[in-house]
Design a protein around this ligand. Structure first.
Ligand code: SF4
Length: 373
């Protein structure tokens, strides 16, 4: 148990101290590239000997960014810009911002003027990502990112090196899928500790994160499975890393047994096929990704995906963690809610915002949800 606590403490320390991690990398003489949500081709950055570091904003008061964004842009995009303006990312070589939603498109354009000391690299994804033309488009966008990275950092890209990084990322995907499943049998691990495991992945070199998660899995498996008296739930949304919210889950005896969170498991569902050209494999991976609000899908299969997950995991309900002003998630919510109702699975929305200080409303929603089920 001591070893488990040590590992959990390590994940927490890393997750809570992104600046310390950045400082550590810079002191080691490494070049760091910030990776904005939702899907950045980290594998390319890793393969060029650079450190990809996830930036998903922070819970903070937003002031400076308001001179660039109107108030109705999500607080993830706003707080990333605010952090850039306030110097949180000083020392970083560049930021890659994908074009997967309108807020992110604006973030990239605003970044150029608001944070001129850190170059902006756009990653433009196609809406129709599955056909031959879409895959070619993705590949061409990756090539553009590579060119910008080479110019800015002086590092070189090679196919061989990308093939190695693709394997490292696949292994990490596998281990993250495993930990999500293993944690179900050990409900003493809190929602907040679960989140630390996922959040720290953005702040470490992937091979190191893989080995830390593997150690945790090994240690957990040495223990007998716990009798589970918690209420099992599925979470869905873009981001669910607010400590205040996760504590409310704990207070109400909820256990997250699976998630459809963009910041968590959505990253790890699809592996890269390593049987050909490495860059083709990466473009193909993007074409195969699904069940996400920012990935175009006329059939909105995500709703059935969530219903199915709730059934497989025997969850008592689905908590939709809605980032305020996130259009893609709001469009999907109505469809997911309907699918859950048809399947008789309780589904509740909890609105969150990176500037939120009062969680009373969220608390009442969770309490009511628990009482109802
Ligand atoms: S939370 Fe929604 S609106 Fe904001 S960056 Fe993410 S996908 Fe875009």
């Amino acid at each position: 148990m001591e070893k488990i606590n040590q590992l959990l403490e390590e994940f927490r320390n890393i997750a809570e101290n992104p600046s310390k991690q950045l400082e550590k990398f810079l002191k080691q003489g490494k070049k760091v590239i910030a990776c904005a949500p939702v899907y950045t081709p980290e594998e390319i950055i890793h393969s060029m000997g650079l450190i990809p570091m996830g930036v998903w904003g922070a819970d903070m008061e937003i002031k400076e960014a308001k001179s660039y964004f109107p108030a109705f842009i999500c607080s993830i995009a706003q707080s990333i810009l605010e952090q850039g303006q306030k110097g949180y990312f000083d020392g970083i070589s560049a930021i890659v911002i994908p074009s997967l939603c309108d807020s992110l498109k604006c973030l990239g354009e605003n970044w150029k003027y608001a944070v001129p000391n850190i170059p902006f690299i756009p990653m433009t994804y196609p809406q129709n990502r599955k056909n031959e033309v879409g895959i070619e488009f993705t590949k061409a966008s990756y090539k553009r990112v590579i060119k910008d990275l080479e110019r800015i950092t002086g590092q070189k890209f090679s196919e061989e090196s990308l093939a190695k990084s693709n394997k490292i990322y696949n292994e990490h995907n596998e281990v993250m899928r495993q930990i999500s499943d293993v944690l179900v049998d050990y409900p003493f691990i809190t929602a907040s500790q679960r989140n630390d495991i996922f959040k720290s992945a953005y702040l470490m070199e992937k091979e190191n994160h893989t080995s830390l998660v593997k150690s945790l899995i090994e240690e957990l498996k040495k223990m007998p499975k716990e009798e589970n008296k918690k209420i099992k739930v599925i979470t869905s949304g873009i981001l669910a890393d607010s400590k205040n919210l996760l504590e409310i889950f704990e207070e109400n005896n909820l256990q997250i047994v699976g998630d459809d969170i963009a910041h968590e498991s959505r990253q790890y569902r699809v592996d890269i096929k390593n049987d050909g050209n490495a860059l083709d494999g990466l473009a193909l991976k993007f074409s195969e990704m699904d069940n996400c609000s920012v990935l175009f899908d006329v059939d909105k299969k995500r709703a059935d995906y969530i219903v199915n997950m709730a059934k497989v995991k025997n969850a008592a309900g689905v908590l939709m963690i809605m980032t305020k002003f996130c259009d893609p998630e709001e469009f999907d919510y109505a469809i997911i809610k309907k699918a859950c109702e048809e399947a008789k699975i309780p589904c509740i929305p909890i609105e969150v915002d990176r500037q939120m200080v009062n969680y009373e409303q969220a608390k009442t929603i969770v309490q009511t949800f628990v009482e109802n089920i």
